[in-house]
Design a protein around this ligand. Structure first.
Ligand SMILES: *Cc1c(COP(=O)(O)O)cnc(C)c1O
Length: 393
């Protein structure tokens, strides 16, 4: 049985071209870019070119790109780095309730160290309004951190408008763009972004590789101390194969971009429409139109998401429940709860996220199998029995 992988928001397969670009830097070209001899200097050149490529695709200067060990480090660095560097000005940070844990847990950590954090509510679709951001600003606000697009429900935030609010109040604006990169065109200048996190493995690049864009002139404390790499701002011998791979992934993800997004959007809409039509008592979570081209998050009533995942897996389909159960906790997703979805319904949500490699045939298979799987689960549920009886009466 062919496996159908629809969990691309969790991670993506590395593209062949990316592996090929990386390979020489493990063996022949292994030199430390900080050394003076030729094999090392070749690596210095590969680093510079990679930086240039990434800068080009987010509209930044080359010297505003800093390599990190992934999206989590980039988020940590942006938030802790600003908090530390601007503590004389204030201690207040604004973010949202639906951020990735790399942002939320970093903010919670700072709360224990004297910072004050406002976690903004979102509306039913997962949007936060620029007006709400503005209303939360205090004299002591030193950072606004709001994700570009949500990893569970795919909602795309009004980033440019929020950035404009931050700019008007001269407050640094960070966005976790890990899910947006490769699905949205990014221009940090046009969109008023001061700090942006991205990650390699969400765009068919290597794991353990990310970037923090830092606008020139912005004061930011270091997170990783040590050697003088990354112009003295992020220590550690550069992960040259990873950096080259990330740049290649960036280039590929923005090649034939419009056609790719159009194709993915079509598949996504076919999947959403097909599921909503064939399964009673289910609805789309997240914004109907302001959403990532690859995200279909469906709330299915009277089923338990984790069991649904297992049955899908037995049918060769890999998806995600959008809940935190995979991390060992039985609490439903903080994102779904923030949308106002009650606990029991949040447990029955399932997230399909497409990648460039997915085909229409795969979507057809999901559409064929999913209704029967849901029916089977409901037939075993006492709750469903009650619903059926209520319908009869
Ligand atoms: C995956 C993800 C991260 C973490 O990135 P890593 O490279 O896995 O550390 C951060 N934010 C969002 C929105 C993500 O989806």
């Amino acid at each position: 049985m062919n496996k159908i992988y629809l969990d691309n928001a969790a991670t993506t397969p590395v593209r062949k071209e990316v592996v090929e670009a990386m390979l020489p830097y493990f063996t022949e070209s292994f030199g430390n870019p900080s050394s003076v001899y030729q094999i090392a200097q070749m690596n210095k050149k590969a680093l510079d070119e990679s930086r240039e490529t990434i800068a080009k695709y987010i509209g930044s200067q080359t010297n505003e790109i800093f390599f990190t060990s992934g999206g989590s480090e980039a988020d940590n660095w942006a938030i802790k780095g600003i908090a530390e560097a601007h503590k004389n000005k204030g201690n207040h940070i604004i973010t949202t309730k639906i951020e990735h844990h790399a942002v939320l847990h970093t903010c919670e950590y700072l709360e224990k160290h004297g910072y004050e954090v406002t976690y903004l509510d979102v509306d039913d679709n997962g949007l936060v309004s620029p007006e709400a951001v503005e209303a939360a600003i205090k004299d002591t606000t030193i950072l606004i951190s709001i994700m570009y697009a949500n990893n569970e429900i795919g909602t795309i935030m009004p980033i440019k408008e929020i950035g404009a609010v931050a700019k008007a109040h001269k407050i640094p604006f960070h966005t976790d763009a890990v899910q947006a990169v490769g699905q949205v065109r990014i221009d940090v200048k046009d969109q008023n972004i001061d700090l942006l996190s991205l990650s390699g493995h969400k765009i068919n690049g290597p794991k353990g590789m990310g970037v923090l864009f830092i606008k020139r002139g912005l004061k930011l404390e270091n997170l990783i101390h040590g050697g003088g790499q990354e112009r003295g701002r992020r220590a550690g011998t550069e992960n040259v194969p990873g950096i080259v791979g990330l740049a290649k992934a960036m280039e590929l993800t923005y090649t034939d971009f419009d056609a790719k997004i159009e194709k993915m959007t079509k598949l996504r809409d076919k999947l959403i429409k097909g599921l909503l039509e064939s399964i009673p008592y289910c609805k789309l979570n997240g914004h109907p139109t302001k959403r990532l081209a690859n995200n279909a998050n469906i709330g299915v009533e009277y089923v338990e998401g984790e069991s649904l995942l297992l049955l899908l897996d037995m049918n060769g389909i890999a998806a995600s429940s959008g809940s935190a159960c995979t991390s060992g906790s039985l609490d439903p997703s903080h994102v779904l709860l923030a949308l106002g979805i009650p606990h029991e319904k949040a447990h029955g949500s399932i997230r399909f996220t497409l990648g460039v490699q997915n085909t229409e045939e795969e979507i057809d298979v999901v559409l064929e199998k999913m209704p029967a799987i849901v029916q089977r689960m409901r037939d075993m549920s006492p709750l469903w029995e009650e619903v059926k009886n209520a319908m009869k009466n």
